[in-house]
Design a protein around this ligand. Structure first.
Ligand code: GLN
Length: 207
């Protein structure tokens, strides 16, 4: 490949932002890199410009909300989530939902789902499970940390994996959400799925 061509390819890399206010954003950035995307740390609304998608990482959703409100970032984020690819994991999944319970709190209202916080109780706060999913390539290792539960999904929400009968990985058009932490295992299938989705969406926008 010529140098010019290589440069061209690089410029085309899918730019995926990772909300970097709180939580495990560094692991997501690394996972996105491994999945072939160019990660971008996002700390201010202006940094959403030019992205092909955004990851909302895990952490603590109440803290995350407070930080977002304080920096007047909640409305721009809701606007982004209303039209662009967004992948929320754990606290990010809580943030993305249209309804949050246990206790109720504000959210971006993008994912047609009700998400119940800290749903597994003290004893089962954290666990690692290997379970089948609808992704190609066999069972997936899933790390749960004070995980929420997707208690209800609305129309158009595709369930890609379940735990005890509840969805743990879902897709709704250009949105994805997981109640576990795909960035903490070596399997890159989940991030790759999101990167492919963001690439496809970019293609659609450029038509
Ligand atoms: N329990 C946390 C919350 O309610 C989410 C945990 C996580 O992101 N690992 O925000």
């Amino acid at each position: 490949m010529t140098e010019a061509l290589q440069e061209g390819r690089k410029a085309e890399a899918v730019r995926i932002g990772v909300l970097a206010l709180q939580g495990d954003f560094a692991a997501h950035a690394q996972a996105l890199r491994e999945a072939g995307a160019a990660p971008v740390a996002v700390r201010r609304p202006a940094e959403l410009a030019g992205l092909d998608g955004l990851v909302l990482p895990g952490g603590e959703s109440t803290t995350l909300l407070e930080l977002l409100e304080r920096s007047e970032f909640l409305a721009p984020l809701a606007e982004f989530a209303a039209s662009m690819p967004v992948f929320g994991t754990c606290a990010g999944c809580i943030l993305l939902a249209e309804e949050v319970s246990h206790p109720a709190q504000k959210s971006l209202g993008a994912l047609r789902a009700t998400v119940e916080r800290n749903a597994y109780g003290r004893q089962n706060e954290s666990s690692i499970e290997t379970a089948p999913t609808r992704l190609p390539g066999g069972p997936l290792e899933m790390v749960y940390i004070r995980a929420p539960r997707i208690a209800r999904v609305g129309e158009g929400v595709e369930v890609l994996a379940e735990r005890e009968g509840y969805p743990v990985l879902v897709r709704q058009g250009r949105l994805m959400a997981a109640t576990f932490h795909p960035e903490l295992t070596a399997d890159r299938r989940v991030h790759r799925l999101f990167v492919e989705l963001a690439l496809r969406e970019r293609g659609e926008r450029e038509k």
